[in-house]
Design a protein around this ligand. Sequence first.
Ligand code: FA5
Length: 356
Amino acid sequence: MNLEELKSVVERIRAETQTHLGQLSSLERVQELEARILGRKGRLTELLSTITTFPKEQRGQVGQMLNVAKNELTEWIEDCRQRLQKSEAMIDRQSAAGIDPTFPGIVRGFGSIHPVTAVQWKIEEVFERLGFTVEAGPEMENDYYNFETLNIPAWHPARDMQDTFWLDNGLLLRTHTSPVQVRAMEKYGPPLRCIVPGRCFRYETIDASHENTFFQCEGLMIDKNISIANLIAVMKLLLREVFHRDVMIRLRPGYFPFVEPGFELDMRCMICGGTGCSTCKQSGWVEILPCGMVHPNVLRFGGIDPHEFTGFAFGLGLTRLAMMKYGVRDIRLMNSGDLRGLVHAERMCGNIIGKS
Ligand code: FA5
């Protein structure tokens, strides 16, 4: 064998040893491998005995190459031995403690999107396509934006329509997302298209369809020549996109000081199909989408000339819409932390939907 051939044999031994070490799973096999390579009759040991067959001037180089390879292989084998010793010791400890490491582990479910968030994202997507921006406003609001600018002065009986959590600092927890109407007018001026999904708070008795903390989504469109026809077209589109089909709705006059005319848009209760249940208070209809044409006084508060611009606004009950979409018959589940209320819609229906 010449020097070049020796080099390639050593290289092959290194590569094979590395591959085998990666596959070994017991100390016994490590022992066997060590004997095959470094033992008395091992492959590398035999190569060492061939040094004297090389010309004198090459022996130093041959010896150095074989020693480097020997040290390296010894180190690899030792590392592998220690790794297996550790894992065997661990298995011994586990079986002494009655643990079976081959037993399948506990499968943890993945978290998923809350139904209200899922509906909110869908609505954002629909409105962004229509050129609306998504705005936010403070949950701790002042009287001015929550009431005054919405044409509800302090003496107005309409203040009683929304029972309010007043705070010690004189502010309040916003009772609806409508305060962002005038905030947006001030920020952008006309023309204006925005939606405002967000949390609202009311000091009221809770039941299957009323929470003290719930979500709404305000919508506002202001431009020249905006009419009720635009309002109804957008409302219909919104519901069709959320439910992927036409849903049965009814429009009736509604009173809100900040719109004129105002409407209540109700949808057929999807929990009972309209026959009556606790969610729809036996009426077959759920109040979901109050709306109307923005009152001239509100436009004025926002610095907009009502002779030049008109607009519509709506205050979608987002939590109720999510209930209808996903068949949740009690609003209290939405904030309860009940895992059935936190899993994603399709899975949720099987557990929560039901006759009441
Ligand atoms: C308002 O809050 C108005 N700001 C809506 C509006 C905006 C009208 C713009 C016109 C123009 P209302 O109090 O009806 O209106 O509430 C709106 C929706 O929020 C209701 O239809 C209902 O779906 C939902 N909602 C109201 N109170 C609660 C509650 N306690 N729990 C759950 N959802 C509620």
